[in-house]
Design a protein around this ligand. Structure first.
Ligand code: ADP
Ligand code: DAR
Length: 370
């Protein structure tokens, strides 16, 4: 019986790189290396690393171009690198390892085993609801032996949608809900879900350049329970984003719900994972726990100086974003603040780092100090 990877290997020409692809790889490298980009791919794709990686492919046939094309098309990228499949993290490790070590401040030899701990260790970060509008914790998962979005075929999108929607439609209790394929959502419904922060937008220039938005909206969709506190995105940037969210600052309730959902899905399918980097995702910023725990928080005093806010947040390994998602601005002094580190710590530690950091930010806001 051919393994899925072997079948893909057959399809992709056994790792040979065609001359026209080799030319594109060279052009992408030159565009990045000759630019004044501040991206991590610019910093870590040295001439030596380029020479080592330009002629090799993963078993699924992915090349260095598949990894760096977004960073070449968007020189303002912060990272500029995506994994086209799980093997890219090892086949192109000369590029991925130093970039990942820097982004995640990852000094360990390998990611710790998954440990969700006991959610009751956490309490409401803002019981008076003075600052925190809502809390969201998400993780990402890729299904083993499938390429990631940058290299998926239209059939891959359809197969993954079918596999994952079957699994999510089997949730019981509080997590029970309904799967809605994007192509069946009327535009006004879809836009309201996006505006209400439940559904992903139709990609951005970074994802488009990474070839992550092809065949849209085929294979994409959203699962949610009636209260929209438990959500699963299918085939946005990753095969799956598992999301728990609710109004207020009750991080324990949000985290407990996510733990239950993620642990159930772990019984339904096998995920792309390795000992060094934990769960593997399209973007190297999301590997390890793939956890992003965020609050939408109103900080009128700290908001007066975004640079200062980011400096204080950085002390607690927190990342400051706008309220409409990544690459957006804040609205009415409300920011999306979340843990930056997802790798080299457990799920429990990621939540603790975010929770402790947000508490410190609130102290700064209340004291009015810098
Ligand atoms: P991620 O990449 O973690 O999935 P994005 O930054 O793409 O998240 O945002 C996805 C959506 O989730 C956006 O609409 C964003 O506003 C929303 N969101 C993120 N954090 C929160 C939060 N704490 N409360 C409410 N909505 C949130
Ligand atoms: N904007 C891209 C990706 C950064 C991480 N965000 C993801 N994966 N959604 C960049 O390189 O800046």
């Amino acid at each position: 019986m051919f393994s899925r990877t072997a079948m893909l290997w057959q399809r992709c020409g056994k790792g040979r790189i065609q001359p026209e692809v080799a030319a594109k790889i060279e052009q992408a490298y030159k565009t990045i290396s000759n630019s004044n980009s501040k991206s991590l791919v610019k910093k870590h794709l040295t001439k030596e690393t380029y020479e080592k990686l330009k002629d090799i492919t993963t078993p699924m046939g992915s090349t260095l171009l598949d990894c760096i094309q977004s960073g070449a098309a968007n020189l303002d990228s912060g990272v500029g690198l995506y994994a086209p499949d799980a093997d890219a993290y090892t086949v192109f490790h000369e590029l991925f390892n130093p970039l990942i070590a820097e982004y995640h401040s990852f000094k360990n030899s390998k990611h710790p085993p998954s440990c969700w701990g006991d959610p009751v260790a956490f309490s409401n970060i803002d019981p008076s609801n003075k600052y925190i509008i809502s809390t969201r914790v998400r993780t990402g998962r890729s299904i083993k032996d499938y390429p990631f979005a940058a290299k998926m075929t239209e059939d891959d999108y359809k197969e993954l949608e079918q596999k994952i929607s079957m699994a999510v439609n089997s949730f019981q209790g509080e997590l029970q809900g309904t799967y809605y394929p994007l192509k069946l959502l009327v535009p006004t419904e879809q836009q309201k879900l996006v505006d209400d922060h439940y559904l992903f937008k139709e990609g951005d220039r970074f994802l488009t350049a990474a070839k992550i938005c092809r065949f849209w909206p085929t294979g994409r969709g959203i699962f949610y329970n009636p209260s929209k506190t438990f959500i699963v995105w299918i085939n946005e940037e990753d095969h799956m984003r598992i999301i728990s969210m609710q109004k207020g600052g009750d991080i324990m309730a949000v985290y407990k719900r996510l733990k239950e959902g993620a642990e159930y899905l772990e019984t339904c399918m096998e995920f792309a994972h390795n000992d060094k980097y934990g769960y593997l995702t399209s973007c190297p910023t999301n590997i390890g726990t793939a956890i992003r725990a965020s609050v939408h928080i109103s900080l009128p005093h700290l908001a007066a100086n975004r640079t200062k806010l980011e400096e204080i947040a950085g002390r607690y390994n927190l990342q400051v974003r706008g309220t409409e998602g990544e690459h957006t601005e804040s609205v009415d002094n409300v920011y999306d603040i979340s843990n930056k580190r997802r790798l080299g710590l457990t799920e429990f530690m990621a939540i603790k780092e975010m929770s402790d950091g947000i508490r410190e930010l609130i102290k700064h806001e209340e004291s009015g100090d810098e």
